[in-house]
Design a protein around this ligand. Structure first.
Ligand code: HEM
Length: 432
């Protein structure tokens, strides 16, 4: 079990811990803050908002302001909320703030829905992400990872995030959706903006956020239009061909459904895996022994190493649910309509669940982390794909650049939602 020496500490008192305040998220003692909450006050109420509208934009975001939220920090409580979708709903939003009506059309994808609509929409894309489908694109993923490493191999140094980690997930999801290569960079910039809310480097105003969302949404619609005339073997074509049955009878996806699907897939498909790979490289630099263990027996250690990277990184920090009735979680009364936020980062360090959770251990087993969600109908659709991408990327890195290491401080994304690294230098002996 965790020893006192491993366990981080904070000098903040419980009253001073305000999870709705973005400053808390930039503190170096973030792990310690959550350890304190888990031990002393596992479910606490916090004020909103995390996102301050720019001057003049207050009206636009008026509807988003909520009364506050419950923070679930223990593993067991996160599981309780995630696995009871009747009591803990994903509508109206899985973000802490509700979706402003002005952008609800393009942000209202299946991740913000409950059954039966969620189930119907999920079935449509499910087929693109089964282990068999992922195995089918395996060769492609390998080739792309090799090309990415080739492109930097001769130089001896680069930015690990932008030159290596970001590219594979971006190319894979763009290829799956049928997005031409020349547009990949613009997609990258737009998803950075959408998931960079809270970090002034990416989003300085709500208008900027809205126009990025709108551009992606419209891009998806245009691509889908093209696939109507020119069907191909890609997910966009299957979305165009799919039929859904709801209160309006049987029909093709509406443009709103289609555009927001597209937005969800590109955003979810590339920001998360990029950060898992980046945090993984940082951890392997800081924990030499773990790297040696993995490199010495790559294929056999990969399954546990990849899960440990996802636990360690927890690229998605939280998702929210909304109580549909009065209930009790972990002894805490929750009222109908209350927002309940599952802090996956904290559940993944819960000393009650994980032995030595602050140790990075590529052989950890069992490792029932909640990095891809804590179970329930919204469990990450891309988990199999992400696992393959992470494994293949490290396989290529270990093979071609065996001494690659992070050589400077990471620039962290200012966010309570995405555990992101924006930039991080790396060095290695140049290879041919
Ligand atoms: C390491 C990488 C990834 C992490 C950590 C991650 C994490 C998550 C989490 C925490 C959820 C919410 C689960 C829940 O509410 O129960 C989720 C949902 C989702 N993820 Fe991932 N994800 C990753 C990669 C991907 C990839 C590569 C894709 C591919 C497109 C993807 C697509 C999705 C989609 C579509 C959903 C919504 C599913 C639904 O609402 O039914 N994710 N992911």
């Amino acid at each position: 079990m965790t020893t006192l020496a491993d366990k981080p500490t904070t000098d903040l008192s419980l009253d001073e811990i305000k999870l709705g305040d973005i400053e808390v998220w930039m503190r170096p003692d973030r792990e310690a803050i959550f350890a304190k909450l888990r031990d002393e006050a596992p479910i606490t109420f916090h004020a909103e908002p995390l996102f301050e509208p720019a001057p003049g934009e207050e009206m636009l975001f008026e509807a988003v302001k909520g009364a506050g939220f419950w923070a679930m920090t223990r593993f067991d409580d996160v599981l309780t909320v995630s696995r009871d979708p009747d009591t803990f709903r994903s509508t109206p939003s899985i973000n802490i703030g509700d979706i402003p009506p002005a952008i609800a059309e393009w942000l209202g994808s299946m991740i913000n829905m409950d059954s039966p609509k969620h189930t119907k929409l999920r079935l449509i894309v499910n087929r693109g992400f089964t282990p068999r489908q992922v195995a089918r694109i395996e060769e492609d993923v390998h080739r792309q990872a090799a090309e990415i490493v080739d492109s930097v191999a001769g130089v001896g140094e680069c930015d690990f995030v932008n030159d290596i980690a970001a590219i594979l997930p971006l190319q894979v999801i763009c290829d799956m959706l049928g997005i031409p290569r020349e547009d990949n960079h613009r997609i990258f910039e737009l998803t950075n903006t959408i998931l960079g809310v809270g970090d002034p480097e990416y989003v300085s105003s709500g208008i900027e956020l809205m126009s990025a969302g709108m551009e992606l949404f419209n891009y998806g619609l245009a691509l889908a239009e093209d696939r109507l005339a020119n069907p191909r073997d890609d997910i966009t074509t299957s979305l165009m061909m799919a039929e859904i049955e709801d209160e309006n009878g049987k029909h093709k996806l509406t443009s709103a459904e289609l555009g927001s699907f597209f937005l969800l897939l590109v955003a979810a498909g590339n920001e998360t895996t990029r950060n898992a790979i980046s945090h993984g490289m940082l951890a392997l630099t800081q924990h030499r022994r773990q790297r040696e263990i993995w490199a010495a027996d790559f294929a056999n250690v990969s399954p546990t190493a990849v899960e440990e990277i996802v636990r360690w990184a927890t690229p998605v920090i939280h998702f929210r649910r909304t109580a549909s009735r009065d209930t009790v979680v972990g002894g805490q009364a929750i009222k109908q309509g209350d927002k309940c936020v599952m802090f996956y980062n904290s559940a993944n360090r819960d000393e009650r669940k994980f032995e030595n959770p602050f140790n990075f251990n590529v052989l950890r087993s069992p490792n029932e982390h909640v990095g891809f969600g804590a179970g329930g109908p919204h469990f990450c659709l891309g988990a199999n794909l992400a696992r393959r991408e992470i494994s293949v990327m490290f396989e290529e890195l270990f093979r071609r650049l065996p001494d690659i290491e992070i050589s400077g401080e990471p620039a962290m994304l200012q966010s309570a939602f995405i555990h992101g690294i924006k930039r991080m230098p790396c060095t290695f002996t140049p290879a041919k």
